[in-house]
Design a binder for this molecule. Structure first.
Ligand SMILES: Nc1ncnc2c1ncn2[C@@H]1O[C@H](COP(=O)(O)OP(=O)(O)OP(=O)(O)O)[C@@H](O)[C@H]1O
Ligand SMILES: [Mg+2]
Length: 462
């Protein structure tokens, strides 16, 4: 006997004799049978019971079998449909198959024939699922292959990822902008046993402070003006999967206690609610901020800081692992040649040299965007002139990093220099595009939202 949830059959025919006959015969075979006499009730039952197979007549009293089929697809119901067709309905059968029907049986039919079609269809459905599963397994493996680098630091990171992926532990990914924090968060999800569950990303910096709590934890009806109905938060949406809290350094201090509670007990209360909700989620956080500074300045709770720091994956900036650069270049040339249907050749030694000497404040993202631009425009010369421009911009920066405190560390100084460069690049792009932020973000190769965030951060708007 099949597993309980894998043997539901829905028979849809306006002829009560056919429904009755199939019901009896299929029940004897061990199927759980449902019957419907028109299209609407068929759809209702399908939605409620989620059958694996549907035996569907084309002529129905209300909506046609074809329409039922169409609506099933719209609702993304995965049910295998066997069409019952009378003589002379060839056209409809063709349409039905185009709409994804698995099989068809001519009327009048022999009961044994229908049984055989159902068995075959179920088997096909099972195989389909298996193929899907294998594909996702393969994807999980390939996912790792799209994370490029063989510097000792990256090899170490790959090892760490594999060690912690399935542990369910909270992971904090740290690194400058464009170093690959998000790609690592996704890999962690895709190689974990939660990969069939959702991956939900929340950018804590992009959501206004006042909305973040409701967005993360959901709210009850009437929790605040405008809360007309209950809405689940991202933590609930991520149930059985992974939630990626990007820019965790921007989590408002008022929300940090609530975050700590969910980190420790996987429990929370919706905004305006009293009921405690439990969720089963893996939490991954990322930041490019100096959390120690936040801690010292009191914008981050100490208990949260220690909790987040249990497992940290630090990604070094690209300039500290230059041996990855040639591999990354090759990878991006491959990708964008395919994407834009080009045959751009490997870069010349002198261009490689220029790339080697540049500092890459925008890290892998900056490199990726430059390669992409080069391939789209089909001109290797862009790289050298672009890098020259960018270097002179950063070196002629009006205010070099100030060392007001004697003990200002090298790390802090270089961070400051990067910020200065970034600020310069952004204002240049904004001027070039007449403050068209969308165009400027494309020019800079960053998202529109992060540009808005950076404009605010650097006080450029005022
Ligand atoms: N090791 C790598 N191999 C291949 N691609 C990479 C690698 N690291 C980063 N990338 C690519 O660089 C781009 C930026 O990466 P990602 O978005 O993960 O950076 P990030 O650290 O989250 O940046 P930010 O702090 O600005 O959000 C992406 O397109 C990503 O695919
Ligand atoms: Mg990111």
């Amino acid at each position: 006997m099949r597993k309980e949830e894998e043997n539901k059959v829905l028979v849809v025919d306006d002829d009560p004799r056919i429904c009755w006959m199939l019901n009896e015969a299929l029940k004897d075979e061990g199927y759980q049978v449902f019957t419907a006499r028109d299209g609407q009730s068929a759809l209702q039952i399908a939605l409620k019971e989620n059958p694996q197979v549907m035996v569907l007549d084309i002529k129905l009293p209300d909506i046609s079998g074809l329409e039922v089929l169409e609506r099933l697809r719209q609702a993304e119901l995965r049910v295998e449909v066997i069409i019952l067709s009378a003589h002379g309905e060839t056209k409809n059968v063709v349409k039905a198959i185009k709409l994804g029907a698995a099989d068809f049986v001519n009327k009048p039919f022999d009961i044994e024939e229908v049984k055989m079609h159902i068995r075959n269809t179920l088997e096909k459905g099972r195989l389909k699922k298996e193929v899907q599963f294998l594909r996702s397994e393969l994807k999980a493996k390939n996912k790792f292959e799209s994370f490029i680098g063989d510097s000792p630091q990256i090899i170490e990171i790959k090892k760490l990822i594999e060690e912690v992926a399935d542990s369910g532990l909270t992971v904090l990914i740290r690194g400058e902008s464009g170093t690959g924090k998000e790609i690592i968060a996704r890999i962690l999800h895709h190689i974990s046993s939660r990969r069939s569950g959702p991956f939900i990303k929340v950018n804590c910096a992009a959501i206004p402070k006042e909305l973040l709590e409701a967005e993360l934890f959901g709210y009850e009806r009437g929790a605040f003006t405008g809360a007309y109905k209950r809405k689940p938060g991202r933590f609930e949406l991520a149930n059985q999967g992974t939630i990626f809290l990007d820019e965790i350094g921007d989590m408002p201090i008022e929300l940090q206690a609530k975050l700590l509670q969910i980190l420790e007990h996987r429990e929370f209360v919706r905004v305006g609610g009293v009921e405690t909700i439990s969720v089963d989620v893996r939490i991954i956080c990322a930041t490019n901020q100096d959390l120690e500074k936040n801690l010292a300045e009191g914008t981050m709770r100490e208990d949260l800081y220690y909790r987040l720091n249990e497992i940290t994956i630090p990604i070094p900036p690209l300039r500290e692992r230059r041996e990855d650069i040639p591999l990354l270049i090759e990878h991006f040339i491959n990708i964008y040649n395919k994407q834009f249907n080009r045959q751009f050749p490997p870069l010349s030694p002198s261009t490689l040299q220029a790339i080697e000497e540049y500092d890459w404040p925008g890290n892998v993202r900056e490199l990726e965007n430059l390669i992409k631009q080069t391939i789209v425009r089909g001109d290797e010369g862009i790289i050298k002139s672009e890098l020259k421009k960018r270097s002179s911009l950063s070196s002629s920066s009006p205010s070099p990093p100030q060392t007001t405190e004697d003990e200002l560390s090298l790390k802090k100084a270089s961070q400051k220099a990067i910020e200065e460069t970034e600020k310069n690049l952004i204002s240049k792009a904004l001027n070039q595009t007449n403050w068209n932020r969308r165009k400027a973000s494309q020019l800079l190769g960053i998202s529109y939202r992060s540009l808005l965030y950076k404009i605010k951060e650097y006080g450029l708007g005022t």
